[in-house]
Each structure stands twice: as C-alpha cells, then as structure tokens.
Design a binder for this molecule. Structure first.
Ligand code: NAD
Length: 510
C-alpha cells in the first residue's frame, strides 16, 4: 500500500493503518490531546487521555496482573514475547510507516525501528531460559549459597518522541520475560504509534491465551501522567527515556521513595578523526551519524574533532556532503533527511546557530527548507566550524548541527571530548592501534558507548545500551541489562546437622 501525501492526507493514511491494526477509532478521534505529523504539520489525532486517577487505576490493574504473571514459568512468559515478535513481523510495514508519519523518519529508519523491536523480542525469548544466578562457594560446611532472580514488580516506561516504539519494546520485552507487568507513558508527540504497538501486543496476548488482564498497558497523557507513574508506590522501576531535564526531575522523585530507575537521557556525542583514519569510511559514518534522523537521535554525532593534518582533506568533503544531502518529505520522496519534530526544535536549532556565530563559528547550512507546509519544519543540516570547544558545543541541541573543531594533541582532544555533561556515545576513526586502545581505556572516552571506526549512532540490541554522567547511567537492551528488571535474592541453605555461624562467631545459648 502506498498512499502518498499528495494523493491523500497524512491523517487518512495514519487512520487507515490504525484501523488495520485494530485500534479503536474513538481512542484517537474523540479525545482532547491533539497529535501532529511533523511531515506536514497536519493534525492527525485527537487522543483520549487519562487523568491521575485513571493512571493509578491502570497501575493497580498491572499490579494485580503481576501476582499471577510472576508465577508463570519464565520460558512460558517468553512464549508471549515470541508471539509479539511474530505479530511485529506481520505488522512491520504498517507500524514502520506510522513511525514515519508520526516521528518524521525516513522509511528505512521507520522500518528499522520496528526491526529493532523484532530483534529485542528474539533476544528476550532466548533470555527467558537464561535468567540464571550464581552458585557461590560458602565458608560453612554442609551449606550451599546461591542467587535467585525474581520478578521485580510493575515496570513503568516513559518514552521520548524520537524512538516512539523501539524504546517501549526494549523495556517491555525484557520486563515481561522477567515476570513483570508494564505500564507505558509514551511521548505526547507520538501517541498513535503507542496505540498501534499496544494493539499489536494485544493480538499476541489473544493468541497466548491465559495472560492476566492488564499485564501491559498504555496511559496517554502529558508530563503529569509521567509524574503519576513516577510517584505511585506500586511502580517498582521506572525506565525513563528523554531529556536530561526530565531525568533531573524524575531521578530524585524515584530516589525519594527508593524506587529503581533506568535513566536514558540526553547525549552530546563526540567523534575524533585521527591522522591515520580511513577518510572515506569516516565521511560516511559522520554523515549518517550527524544528519541521519535529522539529528534527532540520542546518539547523533554532534561534536567532531579532526586532526589538523587531515582537516583540509576531510572537512571540504563533509561540507559538500552537507550541501548535497536531500531534505524532503519521507513519505513521497527518497530524501535522506526528514523534518524536525516541531517548531520548538527549529527555534532551538536557530538559537544554537546564533550562539555558535557569536563564538566565532562559521555556519554552513541550517536554513529552513520550504516544502509548502507552513507548520512543518524542514532544515538543511548545519555544519559549524568552531574555533574552539566552547559555547553551544557544550549543550545537546536536538537538531542536525555538527560542530567541527581542529585538534593537534591527542591527550588534549580526549580531555575536550570528555568535557561535556553527557556521556552517551563516542567514536574514534584511526588505524593506529595505540590511539584506538587508548580511546577505549580507563583514561579514554568516558561514555557508555565507545566505538572504533564506526559512527556514534545505530547500536545493536545485543549490547547494553546507555550512558554515563548526565545521560543518567541506565542500561537497556542486551548483555546483562535484564538484571535491572529483577530482584536478586541471596539464598544460603544449611543441609548439615550443625549451625556454624559466619566469620567464626560463637553465640552459644544455654
Ligand atoms: P522529553 O524529556 O521532553 O520527554 C520525554 C518523556 O518524558 C515524555 O514522555 C514526557 O511526557 C516525559 N516527561 C517530561 N517531563 C517529565 C516529568 N517531569 N515527569 C515524568 N515524565 C516527564 O524528551 P523528548 O523531547 O521527547 O526526547 C528527546 C530527548 O530524549 C533528547 O534529549 C534525547 O537525547 C533523549 N533521548 C535519550 C535516549 C537514550 O537512550 N539515552 C533515547 C532517546 C531520546
């Protein structure tokens, strides 16, 4: 099916997809929260929202579902996630297209986001038979010590607009196999893809048969609904993805009631191009990392440090790539760069470019591109040559701005690279083993993700995903990230006839 924005409105296409996926029409036509497509700026939904009382009711229902789900054997829980993966495969084209409509992603990125959902489901199915603990040597004879991992409780998910569905699946697939129930508060900018994902999950639940009602829920609303999730005593863990500003509010509130958090916050990701770099490779990686998704990935490349010996060769090529990149409507063109999410994003970009100029930066690109939709914000990605690492370079501006700086000394460039608040992703382009290893060493990149000869964005689900410092410290997805969704119990069993105390303590009662 290929209804282009020219032959039919974006709204019509979005509603046709939601209809095919089985979403109740009244949920997105009869409410008060308006959603827009960044592609045309057109209104595409009027969402029914919940209030704080409704959010609490959903949480309590999820808490009731938890009581049986946590006793369901983990491999059986995995079966539900396997079915979810199957339903996602069947719905990939529709959901990917809806991601493009609602978040403005180009088709391969919209589909790629759904592929990431499928991948995490596959991963979680395998994991459902591998939720293992250690058996540990004990100091006492006739004893055995081991770790058991139990379900944690209700997992709250707060997600950002730029990965409207993948972030939910990273959390939900793991949370569900770990025996938890889930309550999801999606971004107010992308509620339709959330309703669609929930409908797809409901298909899987129906085929599964006997999962408890209310096991996984979506609550539509603004920030205050996120706050209701954060503050509810029955939510054991909140996985919150969004800006560092949001994390600063959510983190202390969760800490106050000793709830767990996974914070996945802003990034201000850097790349270093060394004298020995394969410049062809670096050019492609930088272009995708900095301009892909219109600079609206948490892992977008925002700061580039180029060694003075290759600056004059690389930077003019980069400028040509910037000047020639296609910006356009992702629904009816092969453009590589789609729209910014909204006017606030455009204004933020222009403000940062103004500050860069005030600090002596030389700006290439950054202008608005007129596609005939006054409420849609398309821009030429901006490359900014900065005399120094200063001013707006320290901030994450969620738009396609790449600050480029020249360096001469390797130690100094590592220090500049690490000098920002965020610590999400980083990369180095070098064929020099010493530079590569130093970048990955304890005194190298301070980020949660450090790559060699690969850009900063486009992580695979097999590794743990997340970052340090103002990125929040959370880890999601692969490796042992599942442990955050479970509660660890240390069990010591005495099968002897004596009661020796640890550390040789004696306590002989008469
Ligand atoms: P945002 O912070 O504006 O909103 C994110 C979510 O948090 C939304 O659902 C919002 O309703 C909710 N929220 C906001 N304030 C809240 C509060 N006080 N209490 C509870 N919930 C609250 O972010 P955005 O504009 O949607 O997304 C862009 C940001 O997200 C960027 O900074 C980007 O780097 C970051 N991001 C990080 C990751 C990561 O994995 N580290 C992934 C994607 C996006």
């Amino acid at each position: 099916m290929n209804i282009s924005a020219k032959s039919s409105s974006v709204l019509d296409e979005a509603h046709a997809i939601l209809d095919r996926l089985g979403v109740d029409k009244s949920a997105y036509t009869d409410g008060s929260m308006v959603s827009f497509s960044p592609i045309t700026g057109e209104k595409i939904g009027k969402l029914k929202t919940v209030n704080a009382k409704g959010a609490a009711a959903a949480i309590e229902e999820a808490h009731a579902a938890l009581q049986t789900w946590r006793l369901t054997p983990a491999p059986k829980r995995g079966e539900l996630v396997r079915l979810l993966g199957e339903e996602l495969r069947a719905a990939k084209a529709d959901l990917g297209r809806l991601v493009s409509i609602e978040a403005g992603k180009i088709p391969s990125e919209g589909l790629g986001e759904v592929q990431e959902m499928i991948d995490i489901c596959d991963y979680a199915v395998g994991l459902s038979r591998q939720l293992y603990g250690l058996t540990i040597a004990t100091e006492r004879p006739g004893h055995r010590m081991m770790e058991t991992w139990h379900p944690l409780g209700v997992v709250g998910i707060i997600s950002a607009f730029n990965f409207p569905v993948a972030v939910w699946s990273w959390n939900a697939a793991l949370a569900l196999v770990c025996g938890n129930s889930v309550v999801w508060k999606p971004s107010e900018k992308t509620p339709l893809t959330a309703l669609a994902s929930q409908a797809i999950l409901e298909r899987a639940l129906k085929r599964f048969g006997d999962a408890p009602a209310g096991l996984s829920q979506v609550i539509i609303g603004g920030r205050e609904i996120g706050e209701a999730l954060v503050d509810h005593e029955n939510v054991a863990l909140v996985s919150a993805t969004g800006s560092t500003r949001m994390g600063r509010e959510v983190g202390p509130r969760l800490a106050k009631r000793f709830a767990r958090s996974i914070l996945e916050l802003g990034g201000n990701n850097g790349g270093i191009v060394c004298p020995s770099a394969d410049l062809d490779m670096a050019l492609r990686a930088i272009a995708f990392g900095a301009m892909g998704t219109a600079g609206q990935r948490c892992t977008t490349l925002r700061r580039l440090f180029v060694h003075e010996s290759v600056y004059e060769e690389l930077v003019p090529r980069l400028k040509r790539a910037y000047a020639s990149v296609s910006v356009g409507n992702p629904l009816d063109s092969a453009a590589l760069v789609g729209p910014l999410v909204d006017k606030a994003a455009y204004d933020g970009m222009q403000k940062a470019l103004g500050e860069a100029r005030a600090h002596g930066g030389s700006v290439h690109g950054g202008d608005r591109v007129n596609l005939g939709h006054p409420d849609a914000y398309y821009v030429k990605p901006a490359l900014v040559e900065m005399p120094k690492h200063e001013g707006p370079v320290f901030e994450e501006t969620f738009a396609p701005i790449l600050y480029v700086m020249k360096y001469s000394d390797f130690d100094a460039v590592i220090a500049d690279h690490n000098a920002v608040g965020a610590g999400l992703s980083s990369s180095i382009f070098t064929l020099d083993m010493r530079e590569a290893e130093r970048f990955l060493a304890a005194d190298g990149s301070d980020c949660g993700i450090a790559n060699v000869n690969i850009g900063t964005s486009g992580a695979e689900i097999g590794g743990a995903f997340g970052g340090e410092k103002e990125t929040g410290g959370g880890r999601e997805s692969g490796s042992d990230a599942w442990r955050a969704y479970m509660r660890r119990a240390t069990n010591t069993i005495n099968y002897s006839k004596a009661l020796p105390l640890a550390q040789g303590v004696s306590f002989d009662i008469a």
